[in-house]
Design a protein around this ligand. Structure first.
Ligand SMILES: Nc1nc2c(c(=O)[nH]1)N[C@H]1C(S)=C(S)[C@@H](COP(=O)(O)O)O[C@H]1N2
Ligand SMILES: [Mo]
Length: 193
């Protein structure tokens, strides 16, 4: 039996090609902590900053997520399956102050990405520790990475070590190099200007 999908909207953003593979895209060398040394620092303009070690992070409520991901180098991968902690849970934990509208994702190897808080909460993003039913592998950002499916995948910082909440929108690694500040794949926001 064939199933008809009653949705006339395109599934893939403009000028993207679907791949079955899962390419590894890393700028520089991944220098990352094992789970013994790993911590996630949630700080900045928040009511209660916290540093979570691996055990504390894993005691937070976990969810399964299915999402399409879109890399600015034009590959898209559909229905990727992840396990992790919703950004809503992390935001509820630290409670960003009024006006703290931006989040800088900080990763090992000095990688950063800038995001708007409203694009992360309400289950729009998560910190993943699992992919396809297994622990997230090192090349894809293990032990933990950010995943923000609605934006180009460079925003999804691998080897995540911190989320800095702030009223200021500090440009991240690729954003400083001329990539779009926001990065909506549906609007093809690849580069600035
Ligand atoms: N820490 C870190 N995170 C990163 C990157 C990186 O180089 N370092 N590359 C980004 C880019 S450009 C993409 S497309 C995705 C790639 O994730 P993948 O290697 O799991 O496909 O990770 C993003 N997160
Ligand atoms: Mo990318």
């Amino acid at each position: 039996m064939t199933e008809t999908r009653l949705d006339s909207r395109p599934r893939v953003p403009p000028n993207q090609v679907v791949t079955q593979k899962f390419p590894v895209m890393t700028a520089g060398t991944p220098a990352t902590a094992g789970i013994e040394e790993w911590t996630l620092v949630l700080d900045g303009d928040v009511e209660s900053p916290v540093t979570l070690d691996w055990a504390a992070f894993n005691s937070l409520p976990q969810q399964d997520f299915t999402a399409d991901i879109h890399c600015v180098t034009r590959w898209s991968k559909l229905d990727t399956r992840w396990r992790g902690v919703s950004l809503q849970v992390l935001a509820d934990l630290v409670r960003p102050k009024t006006g703290s509208d931006y989040v800088q994702a900080r990763a090992d190897g000095n990688y950063t990405a800038n995001l708007r808080l409203r694009d992360l909460v309400s289950d729009k993003a998560f910190v993943a520790t699992g992919f396809d039913g297994k622990p997230l592998t090192l090349d894809h950002g293990g032990p933990a990475r950010l995943v923000v499916p609605d934006l180009y995948f460079w925003k999804s910082a691998k080897w995540l070590r911190g989320l800095h909440f702030s009223p200021f929108d500090y440009k991240g690694y690729w954003e400083k190099l001329g990539y779009h500040n926001y990065g909506d794949p549906w609007l093809e926001q690849r580069y600035r200007g």
